[in-house]
Design a protein around this ligand. Structure first.
Ligand code: KDG
Length: 303
């Protein structure tokens, strides 16, 4: 593995959470940023965590840059698209689950992979590159190709590649395109972190083992199958470990549960923990996050 540097790639949006009495809290979030945030909070000082995206020149783009810097997340490889702004999403709770409404069709982040050399530079020297199905969903087909090319290059240079398929049907032109792009991307990765309940209807998986097998057959080394409040399955070619979460004290907002699970899991693995220990840490972190509104929970609550 190269140095102690993590690069997470994707879209950070303006997040409106809460909404009771039509009162919202403004935050900044997006699946890959959320995982970067938890990696930053959980890894020691010896690690650099960089976020790669594109923002505009408006006050919210500037505020996002400041917010990331204040929280020790690197911004040096964030591109600037002057005529674009960040996307926005609102969270609402319904029937015990969180739902998102997006305003992101024209966001700056959709152009994050337009500059091929900047992208390749951004992942240089990374020990871990992290991206998601949402990162791919927001890009035009050619830009997806550029992103995957940069990722393959980073892998050839010693980076581990971690990928959460993070299905968001609303962001894709069709379920068929979503399934084929996600499968192709997963085949380039070392660690894949899917969510069984999201994947089952698309791929016909009957169990978490089916979900794991599908990715192992593609050549993925470590598959981390999340299944909400049920046990997670961590599968490699030689081992299968099932870990249940502790019952949640309170569920306020499940936004970011999977992303924080990934942050907990990957930080533990990067610190040399076993897959079992990593899954326990992942459940612990996600258990804290669902007790708070919005995707990002202050590091002090994670101790
Ligand atoms: O849905 C998205 O695109 C987001 O990134 C919003 C949320 O922060 C994320 O989905 C939570 O997992």
């Amino acid at each position: 593995m190269a140095g102690k540097r993590i690069v997470s790639i994707g879209e950070c949006m303006i997040e409106m959470s809460g909404g009771e009495d039509r009162t919202y809290r403004l935050g900044y979030a997006g699946d890959t940023l959320n995982t970067a945030w938890y990696l930053r909070a959980l890894l020691g000082k010896g690690w650099d965590v960089d976020y790669v995206t594109a923002l505009g020149k408006d006050r919210y783009s500037d505020d996002i840059r400041g917010f990331l810097k204040d929280n020790h997340i690197g911004t040096d490889h964030i591109g600037t698209i002057p005529e674009r702004r960040p996307g926005l999403y609102m969270i609402h709770q319904d029937k015990g689950d969180r739902h998102f409404t997006y305003w992101r069709d024209q966001s700056a982040a959709k152009l994050l992979a337009d500059d091929k050399s900047a992208l390749q530079k951004a992942v240089e020297g990374a020990s871990l590159v992290y991206f998601s199905g949402i990162t791919l969903a927001i890009l035009a087909p050619k830009a997806r190709g550029r992103l995957l090319e940069a990722i393959v290059k980073a892998r050839d240079n010693g980076a581990k590649i971690a990928f959460d398929t993070n299905l968001r049907p609303a962001l894709w032109s069709s379920p068929r395109v979503m399934a084929s792009v996600l499968t192709a991307a997963a085949s380039l990765c070392d660690i894949v972190l899917p969510t069984h309940t999201d994947e089952a209807p698309l791929f016909g998986d009957k169990s978490v083992d089916d979900t794991a097998d599908r990715y192992l057959e593609l050549g993925v080394e470590e598959v981390v199958v999340k299944d909400g409040a049920k046990e997670a399955l961590i599968a490699t070619a030689s081992e299968r470990v099932r870990i249940s979460p502790k019952p949640a004290e309170k569920v306020v907002d499940a936004t970011g549960a999977g992303d924080s699970f990934n942050g907990g899991y990957l930080s533990a693995r990067l610190n040399g923990k076993s897959i079992r220990e990593a899954a326990e840490e992942a459940h612990r972190v996600a258990g804290v996050v669902i007790g708070h509104k919005g995707a990002l929970v202050e590091p002090k609550f994670l101790k």
